[in-house]
Design a protein around this ligand. Structure first.
Ligand code: NAG
Ligand code: NAG
Ligand code: NAG
Length: 179
């Protein structure tokens, strides 16, 4: 009985090692910081598409920004500072899609402009409440090294200057499973 248990344990350890190898061989982990500067500062990196009544900002917030749509072209960096080494760009839209709390829906492309994946892109989509400390979005595909990739991106707010003329620094961790 003991021998059987030992054999079973050895077999389980062996298979979990093999599985881990297979998984880690196809998993790419990436980390970057996104810098989003909306509204009417001198050089906004995101702009509202829908009419935005600046003098009525508090009212917009009270309505959970519902219906607001932004187009953005945000720089990505390797460290939390905007002046640190570039990682690439993220370009797309976010909108506010809930009548019960502030929920942002994102749909954008990350273009990597450094390192071994230079030139490859990831497509990211999903909705998450702004109040969540860790937001999660799906990686639904990509190009270059990431053709038919799947995965998940987590997003964490590390810095917010605002609320109006706000500038946000967001930390992203991506786990990308290659095809
Ligand atoms: C936002 O920034 C613009 C340009 O820098 C400035 O004119 C405006 O007063 C600012 N708005 C607020 C509410 O701080
Ligand atoms: C913006 O909001 C203010 C305050 O609620 C209101 O007086 C004004 O008419 C609004 N402007 C527009 C263009 O809707
Ligand atoms: C990334 O690729 C582009 C286009 O091939 C090239 O111009 C650029 O120098 C590369 N950047 C880095 C950091 O390797």
């Amino acid at each position: 009985m003991q021998l059987l248990t030992a054999k079973l344990m050895a077999f389980l350890m062996f298979t979990s090692c093999v599985l881990q190898d297979v998984v880690s061989a196809q998993l790419v982990q990436l980390h970057w910081y996104m810098h989003d500067t909306p509204f009417n500062g001198p050089s906004p990196s995101s702009i509202p598409v829908t009419a935005f009544n600046a003098s009525d900002f508090q009212n917009e917030v009270n309505n959970f920004l519902f219906g607001q749509i932004y187009v953005f072209d945000d720089p990505l960096t390797q460290d939390s500072s905007l002046t640190s080494a570039s990682f690439g760009r993220s370009q797309g839209t976010y909108s506010f899609v809930s009548r019960e709390e502030i929920v942002g829906y994102v749909s954008y492309t990350v273009t990597i402009q450094t390192g071994v994946h230079n030139g490859s892109t990831l497509n990211i989509q999903g909705a998450a409440p702004s109040s969540a400390p860790l937001k999660k979005y799906a990686i639904v595909g990509g190009t270059g090294d990431f053709i038919l990739a799947r995965g998940i991106v987590t997003e964490e707010l590390v810095n917010l200057f605002g609320p109006f003329n706000a500038s946000a620094t967001l930390s992203h961790h991506a786990s990308v499973f290659l095809h």
